[in-house]
Design a protein around this ligand. Structure first.
Ligand code: PRP
Ligand code: ZN
Length: 304
């Protein structure tokens, strides 16, 4: 049984670090709220006390999250994969380094190498001897080593995209989402260092106390929310002979429920939980294959 929120000692409360501002802040809170968590916010808006469950939020700078996890100040974090893999600014020894527990499907971007728009590009070897500006020195150094390139890594804390214009670098390695920042700075992306998105990060070892049960419950709900987010329930009717064709078009649905319609021998009702999009195109194909009375419904909750 999970303990009631007010009767739990401080270290038995689970503490999740999330961004206090920026692109991941709102989606992260919305995701946790969808898991049934409700908070009371402190007046400085840096701490949220869990009211429905003993799960609190700490609102912090994104770059601080790996360090807070490594130091055990926070138990879990929602952070970009790029930040998690880059690790704390000052690396800590020991087993505490956080792992990726779940990809969360939002905040997608890429850490990319970019060069001036009019420079030619053949392959990574041409970066040999170049100065590359980045705020991800660890990830860049690993990529350079992997590609056997010896280049100088120039670490900047922000505004990486203007490093070329300032004469501080010959190339940059920065996050690209829409590509607008690169285009505005007359740069072009040439190689992917890391595909990133928001992830739930947590310790490699299980918690040895009440936090373990809280984390399991949270994961269960999170998995359900993530699964539901892209799921649609499709309902239709068809003649029995049409069934094989329909099932081919519903290959992403797990074991559709098929029942014979009362008073008939060859009329079926089909109910299928589809994992992907069910757009007009697919509905037209299903109709041509014999489906009638097609209906697509969003799924609100699911618990295995
Ligand atoms: C990131 C990144 C680029 C920009 C890329 O910065 O460093 O500057 O987003 O996005 P785009 O491809 O859609 O233009 P962010 O806005 O997160 O702020 P920061 O540079 O201050 O970290
Ligand atoms: Zn930026």
């Amino acid at each position: 049984m999970i303990p009631a929120t007010s009767s739990v000692a401080v270290r038995e409360r689970l503490r999740i670090a999330i961004h206090k501002s920026g692109r991941l802040a709102e989606p992260a809170r919305a995701l946790l709220a969808a898991c049934g968590l409700v908070w009371r916010e402190s007046s400085d808006r840096l701490f949220c006390f869990g009211e429905t469950w003993p799960i609190d939020l700490l609102l912090v700078r994104d770059d601080d999250i790996p360090g807070l996890l490594a130091d055990g100040v926070c138990d879990l974090g929602i952070v970009g994969r790029n930040v998690l893999r880059e690790g704390p600014a000052a690396p800590r020894p020991g087993p505490r380094a956080a792992r990726e527990w779940r990809p969360l499907g939002f905040g997608r971007c890429r850490l990319m190498l970019a060069i001036a728009q009019d420079d030619d590009w053949s392959d990574p070897s041409q970066l040999a001897g170049c100065r590359i500006a980045t705020s991800h020195p660890t990830l860049l150094a690993a990529w350079l080593a992997e590609n056997g390139v010896s280049a100088e890594v120039v670490t900047l804390s922000g505004s990486v995209e203007i490093a070329l214009r300032l004469g501080k670098a010959d190339a940059i390695c920065d996050l690209v989402s829409s590509g607008a920042t690169l285009a505005a700075n007359l740069l072009r992306p040439v190689a992917v260092v890391l595909d990133s998105e928001a992830v739930l990060a947590g310790p490699a070892m299980p918690f040895g106390d009440a936090r373990g049960e809280l984390a399991s419950m949270l994961l269960r709900r999170l998995d359900s929310v993530l699964q539901v987010r892209d799921s649609r329930l499709l309902i239709c009717q068809a003649a029995r002979a049409a069934l094989p064709g329909l099932l081919r078009l519903l290959s992403d649905a797990e074991a559709p429920t098929i029942t014979t319609i009362e008073g008939t021998t060859d009329r079926l009702a089909v109910q299928a939980l589809c994992r992907g999009a069910v757009g007009w195109q697919r509905l037209e194909e299903l109709r041509l294959a014999g489906a009638q009375g097609l209906m697509v419904l969003p799924v609100e909750r699911m618990l295995a």
